[in-house]
Design a protein around this ligand. Structure first.
Ligand SMILES: *[C@@H]1O[C@H](CO)[C@@H](O)[C@H](O)[C@H]1NC(C)=O
Ligand SMILES: *[C@@H]1O[C@H](CO)[C@@H](O)[C@H](O)[C@H]1NC(C)=O
Ligand SMILES: *[C@@H]1O[C@H](CO)[C@@H](O)[C@H](O)[C@H]1NC(C)=O
Ligand SMILES: *[C@@H]1O[C@H](CO)[C@@H](O)[C@H](O)[C@H]1NC(C)=O
Ligand SMILES: *[C@@H]1O[C@H](CO)[C@@H](O)[C@H](O)[C@H]1NC(C)=O
Length: 493
C-alpha cells in the first residue's frame, strides 16, 4: 500500500506541464533572443539569376561525380530567393525574435572583387531585411557561409593569403550597403569545418585534397580575414551602425574514454574548439599551446622543415585577439576521445592524436557523426565560459535531423532536452548566453547529404515546383515556447 502512494501522487499532481511550471530555472532571461537559422546556398536557389556568379558550391554540385547524395544540387533549393516573404511570415507566425541568414558573396560581388557590386544582389537582401524589420524580427547576418565565388577559388581561395584582403573588401561592401539595417553580424561560419572538409579531405566545396596542410592554411587566413572585417567595422561603421559582430564555429565537449585519462579531454577541446576560438577569445591570443606543439612535433617527425601549422606574427596575434563582441556556437553532438590515431598521415585528425567515438547509449540520428547528448551541450557551454572568461555567447545553430515527417517527436524531445540544458547553464550556472538559434527553419540542401537529411521545423516539398512549406509538430512546440518565453513540456497539448 505505501509503495503505490508515490506513484499515485506523481500521476495526479505532477504532470509534465505542472512540473515545469514550478521550476525556477526554465524561463528565458529578459531580452534573450530566440531565432531560426539558414544559409544562402542551402535555401536561396536562383543560382544563375541576373548577374550572380558561380560559387564554389555551384561548381562542386554540378560536377556530378557522386560527391552529393543523388547528385542533388542547390540550383533551386527552397527557392527562398523568390519566397522570402513566405519565410518571414512563418517566422512571424511562430513568434521568433531573430532570423539568422547569410548573404552570398557571388550574388553581391559577381566578379569576386569589390569593383563591381550587383544591384540585383543588393536588392534581394534589402527586400529581405525590410521584410524582417517590418515584422519586428532582428536580422543576424552571416557575411560568409562557405560560398565564395569560384573565380576567387581559382586564385587559391582560402589557401592564398590575398584572400584576407579580398574578404575584407567584400565585408566592407556588406557593411556599407546593408549594415544600416543590421545589429548582429557574423563574419565567417564554421572556419574549422570549411577548412577540414573543403581544404583537407576535400569532401565539401571547393573539394581540395591537401590534408595536413590545406586545413591550417585555410584557417590561418580565415582568422586573419575575420579580424580584418572586425576592425574595419570598428573603424568605419561602428559609430554610425552600432552592431555587434562575432564569429561562429562548431564546438562540442570531449569526454574521455578512460576515466584515468587526464589529458585527452583538453586536447579534444583545443583541437576542436580552441583552434579557432583561442586566438580570438583567450587572454593571451594565438593558437592553443597544445595545438601548436602537437602539430610542430608531428611535422618534424614527418620530415617537414617547419610546422605545417603557420605561425602568426606578434602583430597578428594582437590584432586577432579580442576581435569579436560575441562567440557564436554551432552545436550538434558530443565526442568520446582516447589517445591514438587511425587517420590519414598527415592530417588534422592525425595531428590530434585522438580517436573519436561515441557512447553506445547515445541516440543515433540520420547523420552518423551526430549523436543526441543533451548534457554535452551544457558541458560545452560551461567549458567555453571557463576557458574564455565567460564571454557573451550566441548559440547560432542547434538542431537534429531525425528520419521523421510532419510528426517529429524526436525533434521535439531534442529541443526540449537541449533548451533545458541551455537554461540550466544560464540560470543556474551563470553562463553568459544571450541568444539561441535553431538549425533550421526549413528543410534545405544539407550539403553532401542533399535533401535526404532534414533539419527543418518546416517541411519543404522539393518535388513541388512551388516548394510548398508545411509546419511540423516541432514548429507548434516552438510556438508555445516563444509565446510563453519558457521551456515547454513535450506533450502539453
Ligand atoms: C540557369 O540554370 C538552369 C538550371 O538550373 C537552366 O535551366 C537555365 O537555363 C539557366 N539560366 C541561365 C540564364 O543560364
Ligand atoms: C551521378 O552522376 C554521375 C555522372 O553523371 C553518374 O555516373 C551517377 O550514376 C549519378 N549518381 C546518381 C546517384 O544518380
Ligand atoms: C572529412 O573531414 C570532415 C571534417 O573533419 C569529417 O567530418 C569527415 O569524416 C572527413 N571525411 C573523410 C572521408 O575523411
Ligand atoms: C595525469 O596522469 C599521469 C599518469 O597517471 C600522471 O603522471 C600525471 O601527473 C597526471 N597529470 C595531471 C595534471 O593530473
Ligand atoms: C614564425 O616563427 C619563426 C620561428 O620562431 C620565426 O622565425 C618567424 O618569424 C615567425 N613568423 C612570423 C610570421 O612571425
Amino acid at each position: 500500500m505505501p509503495s503505490s502512494l508515490p506513484v499515485m501522487f506523481i500521476f495526479i499532481f505532477t504532470t509534465a506541464c505542472m512540473r515545469l511550471a514550478t521550476s525556477e530555472y526554465y524561463s528565458f532571461p529578459p531580452n534573450f533572443i530566440l531565432g531560426a537559422s539558414t544559409s544562402s546556398y542551402q535555401i536561396e536557389g536562383a543560382w544563375n539569376i541576373s548577374d550572380k556568379a558561380e560559387s564554389i558550391w555551384d561548381r562542386f554540385v554540378h560536377d556530378n561525380s557522386g560527391r552529393i547524395a543523388n547528385n542533388e544540387t542547390g540550383d533551386i533549393a527552397c527557392d527562398s530567393y523568390h519566397k522570402y516573404k513566405e519565410d518571414v511570415a512563418i517566422l512571424k507566425e511562430l513568434g521568433f525574435d531573430s532570423y539568422r541568414f547569410s548573404v552570398s558573396w557571388s550574388r553581391i560581388l559577381p566578379e569576386g572583387f569589390a569593383h563591381y557590386v550587383s544591384q540585383d544582389g543588393l536588392n534581394y537582401y534589402n527586400k529581405l531585411l525590410d521584410e524582417l524589420l517590418a515584422n519586428n524580427i532582428k536580422p543576424l547576418v552571416t557575411i560568409y557561409h562557405w560560398d565564395h565565388p569560384q573565380l576567387i577559388e581559382d586564385l587559391g581561395g582560402w589557401r592564398n593569403d590575398r584572400m584576407v584582403e579580398w574578404f575584407a573588401d567584400y565585408a566592407r561592401i556588406v557593411f556599407r550597403e546593408l549594415g544600416p539595417k543590421i545589429k548582429y553580424f557574423v563574419t565567417i561560419n564554421e572556419p574549422s569545418i570549411l577548412a577540414t572538409s573543403g581544404y583537407g579531405n576535400g569532401t565539401k566545396a571547393p573539394g581540395i585534397q591537401d590534408s595536413g596542410r590545406g586545413e591550417y592554411l585555410a584557417t590561418h587566413n580565415m582568422l586573419k580575414a575575420h579580424a580584418r572585417a572586425y576592425h574595419i567595422y570598428q573603424n568605419e561603421f561602428k559609430s554610425t551602425q552600432n552592431a555587434v559582430i562575432g564569429i561562429v564555429d562548431v564546438c562540442q565537449h570531449s569526454y574521455t574514454k578512460d576515466a584515468n585519462d587526464n589529458t585527452s579531454s583538453e586536447v579534444g577541446f583545443e583541437f576542436n574548439c580552441g583552434w579557432t576560438f583561442h586566438p580570438i577569445f583567450s587572454k593571451e591570443g594565438d593558437y592553443p599551446k597544445i595545438f601548436k606543439e602537437q602539430i610542430a612535433e608531428k611535422s618534424k617527425l614527418q620530415g617537414y622543415p617547419r610546422s605545417r601549422l603557420p605561425n602568426f606574427s606578434q602583430e597578428w596575434i594582437t590584432y586577432i585577439r579580442g576581435s569579436a563582441d560575441f562567440l557564436g556556437l554551432n552545436h550538434y553532438t558530443a565526442h568520446v576521445v582516447q589517445p591514438g590515431s587511425n587517420a590519414q598521415v598527415p592530417s588534422y585528425e592525425d595531428d590530434q592524436n585522438l580517436v573519436v567515438s561515441f557512447r553506445p547509449e547515445w541516440k543515433a540520428t540520420s547523420v552518423s557523426i551526430f549523436k543526441i547528448v543533451p548534457i554535452g551541450f551544457g558541458d560545452t557551454l560551461r567549458e567555453l565560459a571557463e576557458a574564455y572568461n565567460n564571454p557573451v555567447i550566441y548559440v547560432t545553430e542547434n538542431g537534429v535531423a531525425p528520419n521523421e515527417g510532419l510528426k517529429d517527436p524526436t525533434r521535439i524531445q531534442f529541443f526540449h532536452d537541449y533548451v533545458r540544458e541551455l537554461l540550466l547553464a544560464i540560470n543556474r550556472d551563470g553562463v553568459n548566453v544571450k541568444g539561441y538559434h535553431i538549425w533550421s527553419l526549413l528543410d534545405s540542401f544539407e550539403w553532401t547529404h542533399g535533401y535526404g537529411v532534414k533539419f527543418g521545423i518546416i517541411e519543404v516539398d522539393f518535388n513541388d515546383p512551388m516548394r510548398k512549406r508545411t509546419k511540423k509538430d516541432s514548429a507548434s512546440w516552438w510556438k508555445r515556447v516563444l509565446s510563453s518565453r519558457r521551456l515547454q513540456p513535450v506533450d502539453c497539448d
